[in-house]
Design a protein around this ligand. Structure first.
Ligand code: KG4
Ligand code: ZN
Length: 375
């Protein structure tokens, strides 16, 4: 296969927990292909990542300012065999050493999901190994149990116990969930329109900063003045835990259309900082409401967790850590490189589901839409 200049290989390396493998340790091969990363990882049941490779398609989609589903599906086909072969080689394993095979079976861009899912199905069937159909969102939701940076002094590599209150913010989703256990998700709030990641990506596009926008806007915001521009805080004056980000995006468009000042570096930094402050305020407001709901109070989660690509955002992490402290909760987040889409989170969700016997017993069709609370 050729990956030429359209794909960037990222070797994520290994990640050791404090528990070494023993005779009962189970190895899971996890495959992720639901958006613009083709990734595979080998993770064991003692929370060790043996190997982890990502082929990112960012250069392929950059010129379009967003992911083009058909191009993504083709790029996954190009990369999938190589990613799996390299992941096995990096772990010093052969396919026969794998005990469980897991792949994203939705939600996501269905052309890409099919590529990873069919590869996993072929491997599992030919080797007669258990196969787990992982919900991509569950991958994000459970990865803090593989490894997290917890603000209770336990540092990176800690795990998170159930139940926990989760802010799941990615390019496609924005939800507050009460995570009671594997497969047990209670939706506390969700976006009524755009996701947080989408808002970051669209603001970046408006400013001509590139794709994906989140990391660029985050960086620019760090040297900007968050008070210079006034962005709305949609729904924050209303009860409930739902989000709306489309108004922030429209406000940005109108501000830029009416603007008569020079759009120099200072302007862009301040614009990004002001926009980001509005997203942070919305998240803090909605999480505060979530903590006050009967369902969350009754469950008494000890940990406030952020996951998904937007969990990389420095201001969101800092604000959530402060909020957790004010409510006598621990704050936990996955390490930066396990926030955006990756194979390790799918392998880990594979292990967690395999443990409770949630394996595929008859052929299933991958799902472009698959809400977590339907698990
Ligand atoms: O979870 P993810 O990799 O893919 C989906 O499942 O959607 O999330 C990707 C999203 C993109 O919208 C990207 O702009 C956003 O995560 N993102 C960030 C940051 N890094 C990635 N958003 C805000 N700040 C960041 N530092
Ligand atoms: Zn994702």
């Amino acid at each position: 296969m050729t990956t030429d200049d359209k794909l960037i290989k990222i070797d994520m390396g290994a990640l050791q927990s404090n528990t070494a493998a023993d005779a009962d340790t189970v190895l899971c091969l996890g495959i992720e292909s639901s958006c613009d990363e083709t990734s595979a990882a080998i993770v064991d049941s003692n929370r060790n990542v043996l190997s982890h490779i990502i082929y990112s398609q960012i250069p392929e989609h950059q010129k379009y300012g967003g992911v083009v589903p058909e191009l993504a599906a083709r790029a996954h086909i190009l990369a999938i065999d190589t990613v799996i072969e390299q992941t096995l080689a990096a772990a010093g394993k052969t396919i026969n050493d794998i005990d469980v095979v897991a792949a994203t079976a939705g939600p996501g861009l269905i052309g890409g999901v099919l590529v990873g899912w069919m590869a996993a199905t072929g491997i599992a069937q030919s080797l007669n190994k258990p196969l787990v159909a992982v919900n991509h969102l569950e991958g994000h939701a459970l990865v803090p149990r593989l490894s997290a940076t917890a603000a209770n002094g336990s540092g990176e590599g800690a795990s998170v116990d159930f139940p926990y209150l989760l802010m799941l913010a990615s390019g496609g989703h924005c939800q507050i969930l009460l995570v009671r256990g594997v497969g047990q998700y209670e939706m506390i709030g969700q976006t009524m329109d755009d996701s947080a990641g989408e808002a970051f990506d669209k603001i970046s596009k408006m400013l001509g900063l590139g794709y994906p926008g989140g990391p660029i806007v985050d960086k620019r915001a760090q040297s900007g003045n968050p008070k210079r521009f006034h962005f709305p805080r949609p729904l924050c004056d209303k009860p409930g835990c739902d989000f709306s980000f489309s108004g922030i995006k429209t406000a940005a468009r109108m501000m830029l259309d009416k603007n008569t000042e020079a759009i120099d570096d200072k302007f862009i930094d301040d614009f990004c900082a002001s926009f980001q402050a509005s997203v942070v305020d919305c998240i803090v407001n909605r999480l505060t409401h979530a903590m006050a709901t009967d369902v969350v109070r009754d469950a008494k989660p000890k940990t406030l967790v952020v996951a998904g690509g937007v969990a990389k955002n420095s201001a969101i992490r800092a604000a959530m850590e402060k909020l957790a402290g004010e409510h006598h909760m621990i704050f936990a987040a996955p390490p930066m490189n396990l926030c955006t889409d990756n194979g390790a989170m799918i392998a880990w969700a594979g292990i967690e589901n395999w443990r409770i016997g949630n394996i595929v017993k008859s052929p299933i069709a991958p799902r472009p839409r698959w809400p977590l609370n339907e698990l």
